[in-house]
Design a protein around this ligand. Structure first.
Ligand code: MTE
Ligand code: MO
Length: 385
């Protein structure tokens, strides 16, 4: 069993698939922490977790025009390059897929609303490593992508791979890291020990774990996950007509928010007088969430939630530099129970600083792979007299 050496996981995780291991935390635990503890951070593996000896580990850098391939040891990555720490949210393209599946069946793991988490990541900037490997800005006329290959392999020896645009990889404020720490400790095995790429603002799939190789290239990664997966399509496209070449790979994600509390079906006593609603909100590409609107009546009337950008009770983090809002915001609203209503449909929607907002329903954004599911999140609860 190639999975026999997989690490032990936290028992509270909700498992979507055991081999490979895919799991998300219960929503109400997720919004208890601004920085998600590593053991409950969602886990999305396509393959067995590789066992990597840190002494033997080498990162290969290839494809820099006119320059010989180079290798770096873990020690070199840690000591030769300035150490940067970035707080960034990772979200799987399939987060909230189960809501899409309810409209019409889609292919993929049935994620709830918690295939998203937030951590602090520490490592070398990819930009600095590319510079050390001989890359120069003028080479960006000959190369457009940076490919990443994982050390995890399937039975045929094919490894997980993905790529990002070169301009994101090389940009000074793109904050792309070759991270060797998560939340102040060595990366856990499930999250890419000893080194993973962290591409802030970009879909989880490009944040390659157990990083073995970086290739600067004209082409995107030829990996299945870059070419024939993680793309969006029209609701009209089905498995007979889909042409994966016709759509761009998902990179920056759209605006997202969801309600983590209360849970669907919760019973409230009218005597309690009020209801507290909690959730998260995040947008891709470094766009900052500027507002979250909450409705208790299915979207007829709205109230503005309070945003939280830091651990509760601590001084909130200063506003990020525009375009570099990589971390989510947690939010909360306490409001009187609407008089008379027996059932409440609680809804949330977020707005980012480009004034992007979420679509109100799922059918117009339904797609066969169930990705990019970001409609208004709706939770029904009951009030008893
Ligand atoms: N990297 C490797 N090497 N293998 C993988 O299976 N999964 C990707 C990405 N990087 C994956 C990978 C996907 S689809 C997601 S959503 C994120 O890792 C999940 O990161 P996490 O498990 O740290 O939450
Ligand atoms: Mo993912």
């Amino acid at each position: 069993d190639p999975y026999s050496t997989d690490p032990v996981r936290h028992p509270a995780l909700r498992v979507n698939s055991l081999k490979p291991f895919n799991a998300e935390p219960p929503p109400e635990i997720l919004s208890d922490h601004y920085i998600t503890p590593s053991d409950i951070f969602f886990k999305r593996n396509h393959l067995p977790v590789p066992q990597v000896d840190p002494e033997v580990y080498r990162l290969h850098v290839d494809g820099v025009p006119g320059v010989e391939p180079l290798v770096f040891s873990l020690e070199e990555l840690k000591t030769r390059f300035p150490k940067h720490t970035v707080t960034a949210t990772l979200q799987c393209a399939g987060n909230r897929r189960s809501e899409m599946n309810r409209v019409k069946p889609v292919k993929g793991l049935s994620w709830g609303i918690a295939a998203i988490s937030n951590a602090t990541w520490t490592g070398a900037k990819l930009r600095d490593v590319l510079l050390a490997a001989g890359f120069r800005p003028e080479m960006s006329e000959q190369a457009f992508h940076v490919q990443f290959e994982g050390l995890d392999r399937d039975v045929t020896g094919t490894s997980y791979g993905a790529s990002i645009p070169l301009n994101k990889a090389f940009s000074e404020d793109g904050d792309v890291l070759l991270a060797y720490q998560m939340n102040g400790e060595d990366l856990p095995a499930d999250h890419g020990y000893p080194v993973r790429v962290v591409v802030p603002g970009t879909v989880g799939a490009r944040n390659v774990k157990w990083l073995g190789k970086i290739t600067v290239s004209k082409e995107e990664s030829s990996s299945h996950w870059q070419q024939n997966d993680y793309k969006g399509f029209s609701p009209a496209t089905d498995w007979d007509t889909v042409d994966f070449k016709s759509a761009p790979s998902i990179q920056e994600l759209p605006i997202q928010s969801a309600i983590t509390q209360p849970a669907e079906g919760t019973l409230f006593d009218r005597g309690a007088g009020e209801v507290t609603v909690k959730g998260y909100a995040w947008s891709g590409g470094g766009r900052e969430v500027v507002r979250v609107d909450v409705s208790l009546d299915g979207g007829q009337s709205w109230q503005v939630a309070q945003l939280q950008s830091g651990e509760k009770g601590h001084v909130p983090a200063p506003s990020p530099q525009p375009g570099r809002a990589w971390a989510w915001k947690l939010w909360e609203l306490t409001a009187p129970l609407p008089p008379g209503a027996q059932e409440l449909e609680i809804v949330c929607k977020a707005v980012d600083n480009s004034y992007n907002t979420q679509p109100d329903t799922v059918p117009p954004i339904w797609n066969l792979r169930g990705v990019l599911s970001n409609a208004w999140h709706r939770v029904k609860v009951t009030v008893k007299d």
